[in-house]
Design a protein around this ligand. Structure first.
Ligand SMILES: [Zn+2]
Length: 354
């Protein structure tokens, strides 16, 4: 079993100029598919689970699935990351479960919907960093509120996120504030707001620089060249998956995600973690629709789910190749949590980030 922390994984990504897709896990099949894709492409694995995924599966089931994934593929470094922790307790319970990395999203208050004050964000995130780093565990923070630059609306997905109008400056991470935030908290990775949002309905047209502000990422990277940046809501929402759903009984309005070229542009300027959830959901559910429509008498659950799992393997393998992490798994020697804790205690990473 080769568990790895986010810090070590993204340091390797940064040194070798690649990005890590962070795939959201919602059930057994999504986890199997992500692992199979990593195995096929010799990629390190970044698995993440949100609070809603933890609630859906139950912590015990999730914990054992994570461990089973790492044990089944002992040659692949596997990072287990908590997506959008809302408070210290949530992050602590994830650390106790064996997560090697947690996100403390202090851009929202603990209710996960009210945009917070900057000082609150610094205080909450710092308290998680303090505990996590003594255990060798990595922390991702977030500055800026995710939402649409097209409509000015915050976005709510799976019960997470602000619902309502926001000013443009709230929807974009301020580069100077990002410098202060990283120095004040000591986070290992920073999620930034640049116009991406969770879910399928990110943009009503193919995004340009006005509504997907890649220049903000470039400015932040210039000021913080050693901080790993994270793009949330980075699914591409591919047309073929929208068509697959709509041609088989679905009815989703035309929408646009984050083009792969923009993600690749981000990777060139410090984006190391690229969060992908929607594309997996669409591939799996679209395939299930297709199977059920073509096999109206079938109720064989395995037959219904299998084609979707295959489609998710293909999608994830393609992301691994495009983002450059394919071929990297056997080049990494994971450090243990206690080795990481020693490095934090020695101040190695903080001095790099500041
Ligand atoms: Zn997110």
């Amino acid at each position: 079993m080769a568990l790895i922390t986010l810090r070590q994984l993204l340091d390797h990504a940064s040194q070798n100029g690649y990005g890590m897709p962070a795939f959201n896990i919602t059930n057994l099949e999504t986890m199997q598919a992500v692992m199979e894709a990593a195995d096929k492409t010799n990629s390190p694995v970044l698995l993440q689970a949100s609070r809603t995924a933890r609630n859906y599966m139950g912590d015990k089931f999730l914990q054992h699935m994570f461990m089973a994934a790492a044990e089944t593929y002992p040659h692949l470094p596997v990072c287990m990351h908590l997506d959008h922790g809302n408070e210290l307790d949530t992050c602590m319970s994830a650390m106790d479960m064996g997560f090697t990395s947690v996100m403390m999203d202090g851009s929202l208050e603990a209710d996960a919907k009210t945009p917070s004050e900057y000082d609150y964000n610094v205080a909450e995130t710092s308290s998680v960093v303090e505990v996590a780093h003594t255990r060798g565990i990595s922390v991702e923070g977030e500055l800026g509120v995710l939402g649409s630059l097209e409509t000015g609306m915050g976005e709510k997905e799976d019960g997470h996120g602000f619902e309502g109008m926001l000013a443009r400056n709230q929807l974009l991470t301020d580069p100077d504030e990002a410098c202060d935030f990283v120095a004040a908290t000591g986070v290992d990775a920073l999620a930034v707001a640049c116009g991406t949002s969770h879910g399928a309905y990110k943009f009503s047209k193919r995004p340009n620089g006005d509504i997907l502000a890649m220049n903000v990422i470039e400015q932040i990277h210039e000021k913080l060249p050693h901080t790993h940046l994270v793009m949330h809501g980075a699914s591409t929402v591919p047309q073929y998956l929208q068509d697959l759903i709509n041609q088989h009984g679905g009815d989703i309005p035309q929408t646009f995600g984050v083009p792969l070229e923009e993600v690749e542009r981000g990777i060139k300027c410090g984006v190391r973690k690229i969060n992908i959830d929607t594309d997996i959901r669409m591939a799996l559910s679209g395939s299930m629709r297709e199977f059920l429509l073509n096999n109206r008498s079938s109720f064989d659950l395995r037959a219904i789910i299998k084609p979707g799992r295959k489609r998710v393997v293909e999608l994830c393998a393609k992301r691994n190749e495009l983002f450059g992490c394919a071929g990297m798994a056997d080049k990494i020697k994971p450090l243990s949590l206690s080795q990481m804790a020693d490095r934090y205690a020695a101040g190695i990473f903080r001095s790099k980030a500041a």
